[in-house]
Design a protein. Structure first.
Lengths: 113, 111
């Protein structure tokens, strides 16, 4: 079974530029999560999808971050414009249901210069 | 945001030695406790999911216990090997679907 796929694995951009991350969850997993992990801290939830519906986006900084999961399968997380403080690892995870075990992708390491 | 704490932040273990470390969490509205192993440049790998007070889980040389009444979980590594070097994350899942992570314990096993 293929795992959660994320791309790119690494991204370096200048501040004020836009950036997008892509995630393809495990086939059949209805729930998809985006997490942000800063150095020395645990992952923090940005947004949770149930199929194509964003059911928890309370932690998503909506002034610059946006996400979509149009067909309820893969998802894109966008930052526009990026700031220096956005440098972090962005993790995507999926699960078959909301309270089930989550399976993580390898993450995208973003560096904003 | 749930306050999940892990200690120590990092530890060094001699190959062959056993070690353990702690995850503490508030015990109200508890649903499950997850342990993940995260090796550099790889995906976090699920080790255990525990839900009941007194649960004990084992996977090879790694085991974990759960005390939901006092709000802590221990993870044990028996006979550490270099491949055990990783960051071990615990996460507490409440019944509102939010998984709150600790900052992790980074284990380095010296040959």
């Amino acid at each position: 079974e293929a795992g959660v796929v994320q791309s790119p694995r690494y991204k370096i951009i200048e501040k004020k530029q836009p950036v997008a991350f892509w995630c393809n969850p495990i086939s059949g997993h209805n729930t998809l999560y985006w997490y942000l992990q800063n150095l020395g801290q645990g992952p923090e939830l940005l947004i949770r999808y149930e199929n194509e519906e964003a059911v928890d986006d309370s932690q998503l900084p909506k002034d610059r971050f946006s996400a979509e999961r149009l067909k309820g399968v893969d998802s894109t997380l966008k930052i526009q414009p990026a700031e220096l403080g956005d440098s972090a690892v962005y993790l995507c995870a999926s699960s078959p249901a909301g309270l089930a075990e989550q399976y993580f992708g390898p993450g995208t390491r973003l560096t904003v210069t | 945001i749930l306050n999940v704490e892990q200690s120590p932040q990092s530890l060094h273990v001699q190959e062959g030695d056993s070690t353990n470390f702690t995850c503490s969490f508030p015990s109200s509205n508890f649903y499950a406790l997850h342990w993940y192993r995260w090796e550099t440049a790889k995906s976090p790998e699920a080790l255990f999911v525990m839900t009941l007070n007194g649960d004990e889980k084992k996977k090879g040389r790694i085991s974990a216990t759960l005390n939901t009444k006092e709000g802590y979980s221990y993870l044990y590594i028996k006979g550490s090997q270099p491949e055990d070097s990783a960051t071990y994350l615990c996460a507490c899942l409440l019944n509102d679907y939010k998984l709150s992570f600790g900052a992790g314990t980074t284990v380095t096993v010296r040959a």
